[in-house]
Every structure is written in C-alpha cells, then in structure tokens.
Design a protein around this ligand. Sequence first.
Ligand code: ATP
Ligand code: TPS
Ligand code: MG
Ligand code: MG
Ligand code: MG
Length: 325
Amino acid sequence: MDEFDLIHSITPRTIHHSSVDVGIGDDAALYTAKHGVQEIVCVDTMVEDVHFKLHYSSPKDIGYKALAVNISDIAAMGGIPKFYLVSLAVPSKWTESEIKAMYEGMNELAKLYHMDLIGGDTVSTSDKLVVTVTVIGEVEKGQACLRSLARPNDIVFVTGEIGSSAAGLSLLLEEIDPQNSAIEADYFINRHKRPQPRVSIGRLCSNVQRAALNDISDGLASELNEIAEASCVSIEIDESMLPVHSVLPKLHHNWKEWALFGGEDFELTGTVSKEEWEVLKQECETRQLPITKIGHVREKTESNVILKTDKTSKIIEKKGYNHFK
Ligand SMILES: Nc1ncnc2c1ncn2[C@@H]1O[C@H](COP(=O)(O)OP(=O)(O)OP(=O)(O)O)[C@@H](O)[C@H]1O
Ligand SMILES: Cc1ncc(C[n+]2csc(CCOP(=O)(O)O)c2C)c(N)n1
Ligand SMILES: [Mg+2]
Ligand SMILES: [Mg+2]
Ligand SMILES: [Mg+2]
C-alpha cells in the first residue's frame, strides 16, 4: 500500500464548513476562526490491546470510537465539534481496505455532526495499532462548562446510564457469562464499542449561566473527584439515584463497581445551581434527552466525593481506569 494513495483516497470530496481555507494536501490545515467564540482543541489516543482488541472490534468500530471519545471531550466543554485530524500508526499487516474501513467508522459520526477531516499523519509500526484523533470545536465566548465551575448547593447530575460500557467490556473479555441475558448482551457490547457522545446535552449546559461538566472516560468516581478538586468543593452522591440499565444488576454482583469505576460510558456528569437544574431538566425532557439528579455539591471538606446509601456514607476515591497503575 502506498501512503500517498491512501491519503488521497481518504481525502473528503466535500466540506461542511466554508471556514476551511486549506484542508488535506499542504503542510498544515488553515481555517478562519470566528469572532465571539472560543476554539476548543482536544486529543485522545486509542491503542490496540489497551483500549480494544482486534478479535472483537472491527476497523469500523475502532474508527467510530476513536472519534466518539474526542467528540465527547468537546461535549464536556459545552461545545460544537467542527474539525478532526487523524494520526495513525499502522502495523504492516493491515490492508488498505481495513484502514479505509476505520475512516468509514469515523465518517459515520462526522456526517452526523457535520465535521470535516482536515488533516492527520500516517506512519507504519512493527507492533500494535495506535489511533490518535484531534478534534477542534467551538463554544460561545465565556460559556464553556469548566470543571472548576461547581459551587456549594449545586445539583449534581449524570446523563444516560452508567456502568453499561464496563458490562459490555466484561462480556467481550468473557469475564462474565452472556448466556443468561443474550439479548441485552448485544446492547451492553454496543454501548462499549459505540458510545454516543452527548453533544446536545453539553450544548444545553453551555446555555445555562454556569455549569461544570466532565465526560465519563475513567469512571464516574474519577470524573466527580476531578470536578471537586478543580472547584474546591465536596460532592455528595446518593447510591440509589445512580441511573443504571435495569438488567445491569442481574448481569453480575460487580455492577456497582462498573457504575462508579468502570468508565468509558462517555456520558456527561456535572453540576448546576438548583434554579438552573429545573430549567436544564425541563429542556432535556422536552428533547427526550436522559438526565438524572444524583446528588449535591457541599462546602469543601477533607473528602472530595461521598457516596450515601440508606445507612452509610463512604468516601469515593479517585480510582478508575489508570494507565500507570
Ligand atoms: N501527555 C500529555 N501532555 C500534555 N498534556 C496532557 C498530556 N496528557 C494529558 N494532558 C492534558 O491533561 C488534561 C487532562 O487530560 P485527560 O486525558 O485526563 O482528560 P480526558 O481526555 O478528559 O480523559 P481521558 O483521556 O480519560 O478521556 C487535559 O488538559 C490534557 O490536554
Ligand atoms: C482491552 C481493554 N481493556 C480494558 C479497557 C478499559 N479501558 C481502557 S482505557 C480506559 C479509560 C479511558 O481511556 P483513556 O484514559 O486512555 O482515555 C478504560 C476503562 C478497554 N477498553 N479495553
Ligand atoms: Mg485524554
Ligand atoms: Mg474528558
Ligand atoms: Mg477524553
């Protein structure tokens, strides 16, 4: 396979944004930034055998998820994703059609969000596949949903449901038996392979006066700890309010661990004032977007995040997926 032919074949024939002055084909891309908005840039990498295994992820799935996790970070800032760049380190055994399939997976999402592929890099590697995606987005000046914006008495919320991606991963890695709930197995596996970034809810959050947001890549526990640290507050959540799929508790006794520490749900968790919670909840209801209140923000104490059950309160450590532990 020829690197230049590959680049030529993945170059988009049409562009969504007329602000792109130079896309793929020169030393770098050029686009004209708008006034009154802030540019958002993020990058996340996925590595074979760390983030996915080839025996259960198709090239299309890998491409889809590599873009999805980055769109999720734009959503977590309250932004609109606009452009993406793809850096590939590809083992030599990969065929051109497999690489193109990865781009098809990315393009599924790019079409949905009217995003333009404006550049990237291609190298070969003797070892595992590494896919790095950079996404550029924008948000109205001053409206970004920073981790540091939680305040005492805010409502804490989470979108969608949590723990499903970790359940899907356990099924894929054959850590749990899929037989007792075969229909749901596909559902959980799909949640793991094809997370749906919550851009619409992120946008609603950017429209309230003040919202703190984080997307759930490393697990709810880790993301809430990050908000608490960045905002110098404590966060109290109620175990009985955590939104999980009704089948999750039947899959494995580990389900609470999945919900709190599993990660890769790519849902959003955050905080808004009590008054704005009512507005946000209503706007989500109108659009049939799932959002659930799970707790409150408190004045800072020595514990960042506390989980309350009927009888107990326990500290929820910043543990979750950690590459170096
Ligand atoms: N190797 C690095 N060099 C420079 N900055 C980094 C590096 N790794 C992470 N960062 C920065 O640290 C901050 C937190 O990054 P992190 O990757 O934890 O966030 P995230 O993308 O939301 O989480 P996840 O990677 O689990 O999806 C970001 O500002 C990110 O740009
Ligand atoms: C084969 C396999 N084993 C384990 C996992 C779980 N996992 C990997 S990275 C990560 C956190 C988010 O990544 P990052 O922090 O790099 O963005 C999680 C929960 C997986 N997906 N595949
Ligand atoms: Mg990251
Ligand atoms: Mg994030
Ligand atoms: Mg991320």
